[in-house]
Write a protein that binds this ligand. Structure first.
Ligand SMILES: NC(=O)c1ccc[n+]([C@@H]2O[C@H](COP(=O)([O-])OP(=O)(O)OC[C@H]3O[C@@H](n4cnc5c(N)ncnc54)[C@H](OP(=O)(O)O)[C@@H]3O)[C@@H](O)[C@H]2O)c1
Length: 369
């Protein structure tokens, strides 16, 4: 054992409570795997009195004091949103703390600036859980494919929309499917970010930053959601051999999030309920695909804890393994799905064609010409 690392956890809701329980209950295993001893110094929440099944003496409402505690080396942010969580992450990086966050909204809108701050301060910033929950796509892009060139990325990035579309395939109306997704914890009380395609655009922006090294932020990506899809559209798509899926896809110059007709035999159509699928097209590695749980407390905590172990290693060895190189400024993004064909029976929806990922250069040229 090299040292004792102090950990502060911010937020103890769906994700944070799973992280807290594992940090406490599985401490021996995590310490054995990382070779580093740690101490959970405190957990910041909004409502200190809420019962949560975790030692009550750990809770505080003062997140800033916890971050500033000189015994804290690593801050895990599981609050969400861009305002207070953004201030906390910035403060932690300013103080040279390592940060692990699950916050896609924050990274999709302030990622380039926070990465630059982490670089200047020599802090670690890790965010595997921010894109597609348990699916290790961030590490795949940042580390495994770091020696390759990534040409395109695409997938089903929003589990809430996929759960609603799957339920509608089984006969539910949109409102009923949304209520069911909320009752089963897949959709938030205010589901607008999910169903309007903004959450998928946030994740796509983050993946584009990693895949292409470009300073993409969400407003540059044209996004539409699933609110106008009817049960009739879904039934008609089914008769024609398709499923409707909210697909997010990007090359270096073009991107889109929209409902798309996907052939029933395509891997995107295999995503059922709240599952996610991510496809990465790399010059040398070819096409790689990951499929799994994109959300949920336990699945997301798995990704957070992977980043915690990496951070513990980095802190113990006084180095940071994540090199936050500056992102290049992004050019205007063309609408990637503009060239996709449409069926006369369902003209609202573009029909998915893998060639838009396999031949990105020619498509980009066409889209930009
Ligand atoms: N849920 C998922 O499946 C999932 C998947 C991937 C990524 N994420 C990301 O994970 C993050 C957390 O999501 P969640 O679903 O766990 O959210 P959540 O259930 O709403 O939990 C948020 C937590 O933050 C606390 N909090 C709010 N404002 C605070 C403040 N000013 N100071 C201290 N604590 C504060 C809340 O305290 P109280 O409990 O006292 O209200 C609560 O414990 C988000 O960035 C989300 O996008 C979630």
């Amino acid at each position: 054992m090299l040292c004792t690392v102090g950990i502060a956890l911010l937020g103890c809701g769906t994700v944070g409570s799973s992280v807290a329980q594992r940090l406490i209950a599985e401490r021996d295993a995590i310490e054995r795997r990382s070779g580093v001893r740690y101490e959970l110094r405190g957990i910041a929440v909004r409502n200190e009195g809420k019962p949560r099944g975790v030692d009550a003496s750990l809770f505080t409402r003062n997140a800033l004091a916890l971050i500033d505690d000189p015994r804290v080396d690593l801050v895990i942010e599981c609050i969400g949103g861009t305002h207070e969580a953004g201030d906390f992450v910035e403060r932690a990086l300013e103080r040279g703390r390592h940060v692990v966050t699950a916050n896609k909204d924050l990274l999709a809108t302030h990622g380039p600036r926070l990465r630059a701050l982490a670089q200047v301060r020599g802090s670690g910033l890790r965010y595997e859980a921010a894109a597609c929950g348990a699916i290790p796509v961030v590490r795949m892009l940042e580390e495994s494919l770091a020696g390759d060139r990534i040409d395109a990325i695409a997938g089903i990035l929003n589990g809430t929309c996929n759960a609603i579309l799957s339920a509608m395939e089984n006969g539910a109306e949109y409102d009923e499917a949304l209520r069911d997704a909320q009752a089963r914890g897949f959709a938030e009380a205010d589901p607008s970010h999910d169903v309007e395609g903004i959450d998928a655009a946030h994740k796509l922006a983050l993946l584009m930053q990693l895949a292409f090294g470009l300073a993409i932020i969400t407003p540059r990506i044209g996004a539409s959601g699933i609110t106008g899809i009817t049960k009739r559209d879904i039934a008609r798509a089914h008769m024609l051999g398709y499923r409707i899926r909210l697909v997010a896809a990007a090359t270096r110059r073009a991107a889109a999030v929209a409902p798309v007709l996907v052939p029933q035999s395509h891997p995107f159509a295999d995503a059922r309920g709240p599952e996610n699928v991510v496809r990465v097209v790399a010059r040398d590695a070819g096409t790689l695909a990951l499929h799994g749980h994109g959300a949920g407390g336990a699945a997301t905590a798995s990704a957070v804890l992977g980043d915690v172990v990496s951070s513990l290693h980095a802190i113990a060895s006084h180095r940071d393994v994540v090199a936050h190189l500056p992102l290049e400024p992004a050019l205007e993004l063309a609408p990637l799905f503009a060239d996709l064909p449409r069926l006369p029976e369902l003209p609202r929806y573009p029909r998915w064609d893998d060639s838009i990922l396999e031949a990105p250069v020619s498509l980009e040229q066409r889209a930009l010409s």
